[in-house]
Structures are given as structure tokens and as C-alpha cells.
Design a protein around this ligand. Structure first.
Ligand code: ADP
Ligand code: MG
Length: 246
């Protein structure tokens, strides 16, 4: 195997034959897929089918019952915010200012206060929140809160972004603008992204590969590979989808 093939193989996130129960509830059944470095993958499926459980395993927050979850060939055993960051809709602490929310991952990483505030300012500028450092979450609009939460996920510059229904509660206009910002970020940085959503249109619009899950127990029933390169806009949606039953 060439060095390049070896490298690509090692930088995958691999979910191998994972099954999981909570008590007597079978939540995941033989879930098996992998995400290449730099890929934008999405999981779609109805509420309760086990999407967040898969994401939490990749984040190291939940262990697989059977099977294996690995990153770069090694088992994922505990959360590592500098490597993978999970973003959830209500991820902001209401008692912390925007700046202190965003600084959270840097505090955990032991960064000194002065460097922290420089880095926070830099990331807030990137999401268009310059000047809102001292605001509390309740003083922001829904769209601004989402931006602050995204800033919090980006501040440690993780290789992998794990996004759990990040656009769920947004109005339609803000949603499209945030989706496009995510694409710009992804195209500009080559980050690996796993997006969880119950919106199939959103998944097909954003991702290279879409995994469709069905519930009780959660399993992947379809893999949709979208052709690359393709136009990523809603007016010229002439991309090709190749669907495979799994
Ligand atoms: P989704 O994100 O697709 O809505 P989840 O992964 O959150 O689904 O949950 C899948 C199923 O597992 C649900 O029935 C949920 O109630 C159950 N579940 C998730 N986490 C736990 C847990 N820690 N303990 C018990 N049941 C859980
Ligand atoms: Mg969920």
C-alpha cells in the first residue's frame, strides 16, 4: 500500500459493526460506515433513530456496546476537544458571557488568559460577532446564539466537526446563510464534518455522502454519494446522486 493510501486509511473515522443497547432498548444495530479526512458526511433519519448516539460515540462521550469506533486507527476512548468538537443547539452556558462561552475549550486546554482573549476575538470576528463579547446568550437573537455556539466549536480548531442538528431552530433565511457559512468554512479549511439532521434536503445540499438511518433499532439503510464537484446552490441543483441500498 502506498504512503498516501496508508495515510488516508489512518485518517478515517471508522464505525465498525457497532450495536448498542440502553438497558433492554436496542438503539443501534450493526452500524458500519467510515468518514474520510476532509469529507463532509451527514446522517439523516427520524427523531429517536440513534443519530445522536452515533455522534456521541465518535466524540468519545458514549461507548459502543459491540463493534469499534476508531479515529486514525485508534479506539476513541474519551472526549478530546482539541481534536473533535461537538456542536449542539443549546450548547451555550446562559450564565457565561459570549466571550467566556467561546473561551471554554481554551480554558480546558490550559491556554493563558491573554492568549485566550485574542483567540476569542479572532473567532468571534469570523462568525460576525465582533463587539458582542460581553453579552449574555439571552441578549442575542437565535441566529446570533447559533453563531456564538459555532464560534465555541471552532475556537480550538478541531480537525473534526461533529454537528448535531445545528440549524434546527433557525428561521429559514438565517438557516440558509448559516448553511452557506458552514460550506465556506469546510471548503476553506478541509475539516472533516459529520452533520446530523432530520432534514434530507439539508443533508443532500451540504454533504458528500449521506447516510439514511431507520429507527428501532437504528440502522443505516441507504448510502447516498453525491457527485463531486457539484454546484452547491439551490437554483442549479443539477448534481447527481448515486443511491445504494445497504
Ligand atoms: P436521535 O438523535 O436520532 O433522535 P438518539 O440517539 O438521541 O436519537 O436516541 C436514540 C434512542 O436511544 C432513543 O430512544 C433515546 O430515548 C435512547 N437513548 C439515547 N440516549 C440514552 C441514554 N443515555 N439512556 C437511555 N436511553 C437513551
Ligand atoms: Mg439527536
Amino acid at each position: 500500500m502506498s504512503n498516501r493510501e496508508e495515510r488516508i486509511k489512518l485518517q478515517n473515522i471508522d464505525i465498525k459493526n457497532v450495536s448498542k443497547s440502553f438497558g433492554s432498548l436496542r438503539v443501534l444495530e450493526q452500524v458500519d460506515f467510515s468518514i474520510a479526512k476532509g469529507e463532509f458526511a451527514a446522517i439523516v433519519g427520524p427523531s429517536g433513530c440513534g443519530k445522536s448516539t452515533v455522534l456521541r460515540m465518535i466524540a468519545g462521550l458514549e461507548s459502543p456496546g459491540s463493534g469499534a469506533v476508531t479515529a486514525n486507527g485508534a479506539d476513541i476512548e474519551k472526549p478530546d476537544p482539541s481534536r473533535m468538537l461537538i456542536f449542539q443547539e443549546h450548547a451555550l452556558y446562559p450564565w457565561r458571557t459570549v466571550a467566556d462561552n467561546v473561551a471554554f475549550g481554551l480554558e480546558l486546554a490550559g491556554m493563558r488568559k491573554k492568549e485566550r482573549s485574542q483567540r476569542v476575538d479572532e473567532v468571534l470576528a469570523k462568525v460576525g460577532l465582533t463587539g458582542f463579547q460581553k453579552y449574555y446568550p439571552h441578549q442575542l437573537s437565535g441566529g446570533m446564539r447559533q453563531r456564538a455556539a459555532i464560534a465555541r466549536a471552532l475556537v480550538t480548531d478541531p480537525e473534526v466537526l461533529l454537528l448535531d442538528e445545528p440549524f434546527g431552530a433557525l428561521d429559514a433565511i438565517t438557516k440558509i446563510s448559516m448553511q452557506n457559512e458552514l460550506l465556506t468554512l469546510w471548503e476553506g479549511t478541509g475539516k472533516t464534518v459529520l452533520l446530523i439532521t432530520h432534514d434530507i434536503d439539508e443533508a443532500i445540499y451540504l454533504a458528500d455522502t449521506v447516510y439514511v438511518m431507520s429507527p428501532r433499532p437504528g440502522r443505516i439503510v441507504e448510502q447516498i454519494k453525491l457527485s463531486m464537484p457539484r454546484p452547491r446552490n439551490r437554483n442549479g441543483a443539477d448534481f447527481v446522486a448515486v443511491r445504494e441500498r445497504v
